[in-house]
Design a protein around this ligand. Structure first.
Ligand SMILES: Cc1cc2nc3c(=O)[nH]c(=O)nc-3n(C[C@H](O)[C@H](O)[C@H](O)COP(=O)(O)OP(=O)(O)OC[C@H]3O[C@@H](n4cnc5c(N)ncnc54)[C@H](O)[C@@H]3O)c2cc1C
Length: 416
């Protein structure tokens, strides 16, 4: 069924009783060409592009919970391509371009909203760093503007410009950045993959990886053994545990990141704003809730919830940037498990096991990468060749000394 204004009209005439489920609930087949572990944004996008771009449809996505129950449905929905380094910039710009045509492409309303993003700076040194990043972006053809304090004030007058310690001096502005409704991304990619014949198998946890003569032959799951020719891991915060099933020790640590939403307010925050004096970021959802977050909790954990110390720290940062925030009530908070890589950049690569493919290390920036990640991972799986925009995202870069250290903070997950 194609969604359109006509279909809404037609279904309304029959009392909206004829809508079909967005995807099937198939039983697992004994064998697939490709199995993808993880029904998050990246796994579903990979399945979608495998089917749509490369004609590979004998594919299963195995998800231990329900589709979108992981980070894809837990993030703060920010998309952008404001990266400095060659290893990142073309990749994230490719992703932003895919976001721009996504809803038409997969025929689903994902509420892509390019409302612009302001990265605030608070010192001369930080301004120079942002000017450099902006120049790097423009060299790659990505939009970037350096705004002074008054230009920022016109866009966001509610910010604390005269903060005694961190006065706002200006911002790096990316107009095409914004937000996307996160769970609709999972649903849209899932529906698009299902329509093309991919089996989306929910409540099916992978508990083991079976190998013969060095190659993967299938996976043990809570619903029995399922064979495959190729196995692709897109398990985000669970990458290390799934990798260990194939004896892979990966340069990944799992950490918790929390997010918060306030009660619904009238429109006030028109953009995505990031605080340069901390790691606080905020936007306003279409329902009116202020959606915000800050740093990861400072310890490794696989729990999808965080600690109160980080709650307090996030609120302090928020109120320091927007004093009026102290008047809003927080409605909900939640956590997700992040696959933190040692240089803060992701991995899309083959592994030492020939038919085992790896997609991980997204830290807390993987949502915006979902389209490009899915496209490049599908390209790798289908052709056994790396897509050129993800060519730096290699697993062996840590051994070779070619890290992609965007934040310049070294191999310290808690600093990324
Ligand atoms: C609070 C928070 C805020 C964030 N904010 C942003 C943001 O604003 N912008 C941005 O770009 N990124 C953001 N991120 C990061 C982003 O959400 C992640 O990097 C991205 O979603 C990870 O990819 P995914 O969608 O495939 O992960 P997930 O949705 O986590 O998918 C992985 C799936 O694998 C499944 N799985 C794991 N193990 C197994 C197994 N053994 N068998 C079967 N299934 C398994 C899990 O259940 C899960 O559904 C944020 C993350 C969090 C938690």
């Amino acid at each position: 069924m194609r969604y359109s204004a006509y279909s809404i009209f037609k279904e309304a005439l029959s009392g909206n009783r004829m809508w079909k489920p967005a995807w099937r609930e198939p039983q697992p087949k004994p064998h697939y060409d490709v199995i993808i572990v993880g029904g998050g944004g990246h796994g579903l996008a990979t399945a979608y592009y495998l089917a749509k771009e490369f004609g590979i449809t004998n594919v299963a996505v195995l998800e231990k919970g329900y589709l979108g129950s992981g980070n894809v449905g837990r993030n703060t929905t920010i998309i952008r391509s404001n990266y400095l380094l060659e290893g990142n910039n073309p990749f994230y710009e490719f992703s932003l371009k895919l976001w721009e045509g996504l809803e038409r492409d997969f025929n689903y309303n994902a509420m892509v909203s390019q409302r612009g993003m302001l990265n605030l700076f608070h010192s001369d040194g930080q301004r120079d760093a942002y000017a450099r990043k902006g120049n790097g972006m423009r060299i790659h053809g990505v939009d970037a503007e350096l705004l002074d304090r008054e230009q920022v004030r016109r866009k966001a007058p509610y910010l604390n410009f005269d903060h005694a310690r961190f006065p706002i001096m200006g911002a790096l502005y990316q107009k095409r950045a914004g937000t996307v409704r996160h769970d609709a991304v999972a649903w849209g990619y899932g529906r698009g993959a299902d329509t093309r014949g991919v089996d989306l198998i929910q409540h099916c946890e992978v508990t083991g990886i079976r190998r013969e003569n060095g190659l993967v032959v299938g996976v043990e799951t809570t619903r029995g053994f399922i064979g495959c020719n190729k196995l692709a891991l897109a398990a985000a915060g669970n990458t290390t545990t799934v990798g260990r099933m194939a004896d892979l020790e990966l340069p990944i640590e799992t950490h918790v990141l929390q997010a918060f939403v306030s009660e619904g307010l009238k429109p006030v925050v028109d953009h995505v704003i990031t605080y340069g004096a901390g790691h606080f970021y905020i936007s306003q959802s279409d329902k009116g809730g202020l959606v915000f977050g800050a740093e990861i909790d400072f310890y490794s954990s696989y729990a999808q919830r965080g600690n109160l110390q980080t709650v307090e720290h996030t609120m302090e940062e928020g109120v320091s940037l927007i004093p009026g925030l102290s008047r809003a009530k927080v409605l909900r908070s939640w956590g997700g498990v992040m696959d933190m890589s040692m240089d803060g950049s992701p991995i899309i690569d083959r592994t030492p096991i020939d038919n085992l493919y790896l997609n991980c290390g997204w830290c807390y920036g993987g949502f915006k990468a979902t389209p490009a990640s899915g496209f490049c991972f599908a390209h790798l799986i289908a052709k056994n060749e790396t897509h050129h925009v993800s060519r730096f995202m290699r697993l062996d870069r840590f051994e070779r000394g070619y890290t992609i250290d965007e934040a310049g903070r070294g191999p310290q997950p808690n600093l990324h």
